[in-house]
Design a protein. Structure first.
Length: 743
């Protein structure tokens, strides 16, 4: 088969010449998604409930434009806000409003001081973030569909504000955050690819000293990545905030395979023709390359257990890409080697003199220091495991970050505005309370009176900063009419206060955001709160549930009504809750799959366990470093376990494959043979891959930057362990000794 493939090498190249351009076109059609809510898989019950809620009560895309000043109620500052609103009136798809609109409609012609007194006379406006001691907020509601229209609208808002000369404005809100995340996830891919490409060309040429060899590797690598990315389009996937890792992971894993193949190819023995050697080299590497591909692909496929959609997609997408890359490595790459006539070491010696000296000395060195090497590696691994899980009563586990602010470069204007808003106004944590009534009774006085009591109970809850619901507009009407911001408690006065509610729903659009006008059986309450982490959200939900049960127990009008907490904040919390299980499950499944593959091939459970030491050591020590430097788990760093295990296990599979070629020989001879044949490829691939992942360090997207640094460090640590800890463990397990002549 291999000889026939080389015979029809031009046909192989022609087929890829047709496939790769088509794959490139497909890849350009993959959509981009950056919203935190899109991280949860659609089958999740809370995701489904939130989407069902949003079908009734669409959550608007709101951009908050905050005007900071020493005296926000001065005539000059009010004129500044008015100019901004007038400018936004000419921007398509944007509706703008502020507290000034409400106050001026209630009291036309009121002077600035009167407007200020009205605004600060009730806590409502302050709780909603509309006013403060040193700011006024203008809310821009975006009626947009799709990322392109949203980005164009945000750019138009920026242009309108600049043209209106309103000075500096704090820009807050999910449209800005989502747009930034999507832009960074796409630019991270192109930036890391560019850096990786430059380093690949430089290092590959330095090692193999052949332009033809570089061309063969680069063309095959490009084809594998293009076809792998196109597979995502066929599978219906999208570029998410970790999507840059898919092509990069396919690239580094494929590059390792190509490096193994080409390193074996250049090692042409005397007395063997090039064609015979080419086929022999491909056959020699077929078993370890195939085994490592299957192990890596199944390891990445293990990420399908995650409820975090981008991680699940990344795992499946990468697994498919690796299988495609295997086909490329054993079809296109050999054809390119033959057509380009890439030289072997007979013509162009590979730069390995320094490596060969070290490799000859390593078996004896690792024997002498076998116990310190193994004990030290195990101790550091245990410390790394404890850094992740924590020690009860001593140290907590690894912190988890899904907060949008943690995903934004701290040096950007967006991060500055978000930090200012949280420090001066409030957190942007919003829970949606969805109430479904058994009948169309949402506007009946007794139902509204019960809902008003429920809202009041929520407002008194700890860490709740603001509540808005169906009776909020009625409270504001009462307040602006001079009757206070509370509705009557007795049934008859309350019924009188809400008697014209249905008429108001026709003229007051804000009411329709709390009551479903179509069926009059669904209502929503918006709860703003502090402490948006998992524990804080869980505590809030418990308080909401207790308040609901207490209200329903005393309100017959709510008999048969159901309440559920939904919304984007809930989905964000679920992402955080799923990070640690994803790490644990994917890590264990990846180890099981890799162990099974190695066991089937080499039939040695002891050797498989020893072979996993370098990868596990590198992974756990990397997490130890993350913890020591104050890092945290996030949607990118959580998949380091699978990436490191799925990539570095290639080294151990190739190492043991060549050790078995000298089965029965003394251990030091087997080690030297494996180090000579596969060790150089391990070194070359690790250097290229580690430096390639360092390209992500240039990203302005913190999770990807952390991922790049951590993965590069793990690759280097795994390589060091391959050459030191692994041989040391083999010496201990075998109880063998070096040959006397080697001592």
């Amino acid at each position: 088969m291999l000889s026939r493939l080389l015979h029809y090498r031009w046909v192989v190249i022609a087929v890829y010449a047709l496939l790769v351009p088509a794959a490139a076109v497909l890849a350009t059609r993959i959509p981009t998604e950056g919203a935190i809510a899109n991280l949860i898989v659609p089958s999740d019950p809370d995701y489904a409930a939130t989407r069902a809620f949003q079908a009734i009560f669409p959550e608007p895309q709101l951009a908050l434009l905050v005007f900071e000043s020493v005296d926000p109620w001065s005539a000059a500052q009010l004129a500044r806000v008015d100019r901004a609103k007038a400018a936004l009136a000419h921007v398509p798809h944007v509706g703008a409003f502020s507290v000034l609109d409400v106050l001026r409609r209630a009291q036309p012609g009121a002077d600035p001081m009167r407007l200020r007194d009205l605004a600060v006379g009730t806590p409502f406006f302050r709780r909603q973030g509309l006013v403060g001691d040193d700011f006024l907020t203008l809310i821009a509601s975006l009626d947009v569909h799709g990322a392109a229209e949203r980005d164009a609208t945000l750019a138009a808002i920026d242009h309108a504000l600049a043209h209106a000369d309103v000075g500096p404005v704090h820009k807050i809100g999910s449209p800005y955050v989502t747009s930034w995340l999507e832009h960074q996830s796409s630019t991270a891919t192109s930036r890391s690819f560019a850096i990786f490409a430059v380093l690949l060309l430089a290092i590959t040429f330095f090692l193999y000293r052949s332009v033809r060899a570089v061309l063969a590797i680069v063309i095959a690598l490009g084809a594998a990545v293009a076809l792998g990315i196109a597979a995502g389009a066929v599978l219906g996937f999208a570029f998410t905030i970790v999507a840059a890792l898919v092509p990069l992971t396919i690239m580094v894993t494929t590059l390792a395979t190509l490096t193994y193949l080409h390193s074996r190819f250049v090692d042409q023995p005397d007395g063997v023709s090039l064609e015979q050697h080419h086929i022999a080299a491909l056959r020699n590497k077929l078993l370890p390359v195939t085994a490592s591909t299957i192990a890596a692909a199944t390891g990445f496929a293990a990420l399908a257990v995650s409820n975090i959609r981008p991680i699940r997609q990344m795992g499946i997408w990468t697994a498919v890409g690796l299988l495609i890359a295997w086909v490329v490595a054993y079809t296109l790459f050999p054809a390119l080697q033959a057509v380009l006539r890439t030289p072997t070491a007979r013509k162009v010696p590979v730069r390995t003199i320094a490596y060969d000296r070290v490799a000859r000395a390593l078996p004896l060195i690792t024997y002498r220091f076998r116990r310190p090497l193994v004990i030290g590696a195990l101790a550091l691994s245990v410390a790394g495991a404890l850094a992740i899980t924590g020690v009860p009563g001593v140290v907590s586990g690894m912190p988890v970050e899904v907060d949008a602010l943690s995903n934004i470069d701290p040096s950007t204007a967006l991060a500055h505005d978000l930090r200012w808003f949280r420090a001066h106004v409030m957190d942007l944590n919003i829970a949606r309370v969805w109430i479904h009534l058994p009948n169309a009774t949402a506007t009946e006085p007794e139902v509204l009176r019960a809902i008003d009591q429920f809202e009041a109970a929520l407002e008194s809850a700890t860490n709740v900063t603001g509540v808005a619901g169906p009776t909020t507009p009625l409270r504001m009407r009462s307040y602006l009419a001079g009757h206070g911001d509370a509705l009557p408690r007795d049934p008859e006065p309350f019924a009188h206060a809400v008697a014209d509610l249905e008429q108001l729903m026709l003229t007051e659009p804000e009411l329709r955001t709390f009551i479903d006008v179509g069926g009059l059986s669904d209502l929503q309450i918006t709860v703003q709160f502090r402490n948006g982490h998992a524990a804080g959200y869980a505590a809030l939900v418990r308080r909401i549930q207790r308040a609901w049960e207490a209200t329903r127990a005393t309100s017959p009008a709510l008999a048969g009504a159901r309440m559920v907490v939904v919304g984007e904040s809930l989905l964000q919390v679920k992402v955080g809750a799923n990070l640690v299980p994803t790490l644990a499950e994917s890590f264990l499944l990846t180890m099981v799959f890799i162990f099974a593959v190695f066991l089937v091939i080499f039939r040695s459970g002891k050797e498989r366990l020893i072979a996993m030491i370098p990868s596990v050591f590198a992974l756990l020590v990397t997490f130890l470093g993350l913890r020591l430097f104050g890092g945290a788990l996030n949607v990118a760093t959580i998949i380091i376990a699978t990436t490191v295990l799925g990539t570095t296990e290639n080294d151990q599979l190739h190492f043991f494959h060549h050790m078995h070629e000298r089965a029965g020989a003394p251990l030091d001879e087997r080690l030297r043979h494996a180090l000579r044949v596969s060790g150089r490829a391990v070194l070359f691939a690790t250097v290229i891959n580690a430096v390639g992942f360092l390209g992500l360090a240039a990203s302005h997207f913190p999770p990807l930057r952390q991922f790049g640094l951590m993965t590069a460090a793990a690759f280097v640590l795994a390589m060091i362990a391959d050459f030191t800890v692994l041989p040391a463990a083999l010496w201990i397990a075998s109880r063998d000794r070096p040959e006397p002549s080697a001592r």
